[in-house]
Design a protein around this ligand. Structure first.
Ligand code: PMP
Length: 420
């Protein structure tokens, strides 16, 4: 029996906080780029599990591998024990991702989620440098636990922790003060000038494209300058690729495109292949200074996630998948540019890279209104940015051109309707 969405809203909201506010239905099924509610209505998914479903819902090839593994009674939970699935994943990640890029990172399992990867990075940076602070950037988002929240540049989110968090200073991200202000030069001066009072930090942490912060893209040049500043002062560079990684911006690692080499890389979300919780922290081998027990966690041995991740890596064996992301990204971007031009009332700016795209609008609450209107027409999208002013597009990377265009048609129609 199908329930009235408003009843569902009231029922669920009285028991739990959930996305029911944005998507007032009960979802029942999912495949590829499509979600279905329990009334059988289909929605194109431009949210993709907040970037955790780059390979689509119930990816058929990954699903088969998982079913096969379960049928054989493969180990599902193993803490830090060695398992065949873990061994295979480590081997393949080296073969398919690290070796071809000439990268030599040691792979750590920090815990099941993105914030665990960030916490591990922050802890290791402090431990290996003997320095105390980690500098972060305006509008950066790194997770909801106290360490990651301390380096998150969002007042509202930080206030969720109740009290002021230790690290308070956000450095200005690229373009934070407009294109005319050279924020890298400001950062360099802050670090070199005793008058700033700033002690040298253990690390800097950044996203190359800020997801939750509003799809803000740092230029490759800016990233290279930040890297140079870090090198000069022995500051570790941590790139949080939890959302921008795993192909989202058009290459496996987002930072490849800038040609920088972070000391530590945080991965989660789509690394689990199938929406299964998995995180990796890649570290420069000489930073491996933890004694056994200094960082551990029960759910670091999710072998189902290893199996899914292993299969997902096949997408990166040749260049076709990477190229397809670039093509679809360009197509979607051109359509967004056209929407921005055709509907001047939006005051819109198109942002992003690859299939991590945003349409930033002027008026407060307009982005949310457009997303709500699109949802009614069968498209799922979320907003981001400090004022929720950016309509965020994160379709599965496996989406067909046809579905991508259909989703963009719904977005355009919603923009048109909200103009009235
Ligand atoms: N870093 C970034 C860049 C993220 O986008 C997120 C999640 N939105 C996180 C860290 C935290 O990941 P999780 O929610 O899995 O803890």
């Amino acid at each position: 029996e199908v329930q009235n969405p408003l009843q569902v809203f009231a029922q669920i909201e009285s028991q739990v906080r959930s996305y029911i506010r944005n998507f007032p239905v009960v979802f029942a099924k999912a495949s590829g780029h499509t979600l279905w509610d329990n009334a059988g209505r289909a929605y194109i998914d431009f949210f993709a599990g907040a970037g955790a479903l780059n390979y689509g819902h119930n990816n058929p090839v990954i699903k088969e591998k998982l079913i096969e593994y379960l049928r054989q009674d493969g180990v599902t939970h193993s803490l830090d024990m060695a398992t065949e699935a873990k061994e295979a994943l480590l081997k393949k990640f080296n073969e398919v991702i690290l070796a071809p890029r000439g990268m030599s990172y040691k792979i750590m399992f920090p815990g099941p989620t993105g914030t665990n990867s960030v916490e591990a990075a922050l802890k290791l940076a402090r431990k290996t440098t003997g320095r105390h602070t980690v500098l972060s950037f305006t509008n950066g988002f790194h997770g909801m636990t106290i360490g990651s929240l301390s380096v998150t540049g969002n007042r509202m989110k930080r206030e969720g922790a109740g009290m002021p968090l230790t690290h308070a200073l956000s450095l200005p991200y690229d373009n934070y003060m407009g294109a005319d202000v050279d924020t890298a030069a400001y950062i360099e001066r802050l670090l070199e000038d005793g008058g700033s009072g700033l002690s040298l930090p253990a690390a800097m942490i950044l996203e190359t494209v800020q997801g939750e912060g509003g799809i803000n893209v740092a230029s490759s040049e800016w990233l290279r300058r930040i890297e140079a500043i870090c090198r000069k002062h022995g500051i570790l560079l941590i790139v949080d690729d939890v959302q921008a990684g795993c192909g989202r911006t058009g290459s496996f690692f987002s930072f490849e495109q800038a040609g920088i080499t972070p000391d530590i890389v945080c991965l989660s979300k789509s690394i689990g292949g199938y929406g299964l919780p998995l995180a990796l922290t890649l570290i420069r081998p000489d930073l491996d200074k933890w004694q056994p027990g200094e960082h551990n966690g029960t759910f670091r041995g999710n072998n189902l996630a290893f199996i899914a991740a292993l299969e997902a890596l096949n997408y990166w064996k040749d260049d076709a998948f990477r190229q397809s992301i670039g093509k679809k990204g360009q197509m979607a971007r051109a359509r967004l540019e056209k929407i921005a031009a055709d509907y001047p009332y939006l005051g819109a700016e198109v942002r992003g890279k690859g299939l991590m795209l945003g349409l930033a609008v002027q008026e407060d609450e307009l982005a949310e209104k457009i997303c709500a209107c699109a949802f009614e027409r069968g498209l799922i999208m979320e907003t981001s940015g400090a004022r929720s002013e950016v309509i965020k597009l994160l379709p599965p990377l496996t989406i067909s051109d046809e579905a991508l265009n259909r989703g963009l048609d719904i977005l355009e129609e919603s923009v048109k309707i909200c103009q009235r």
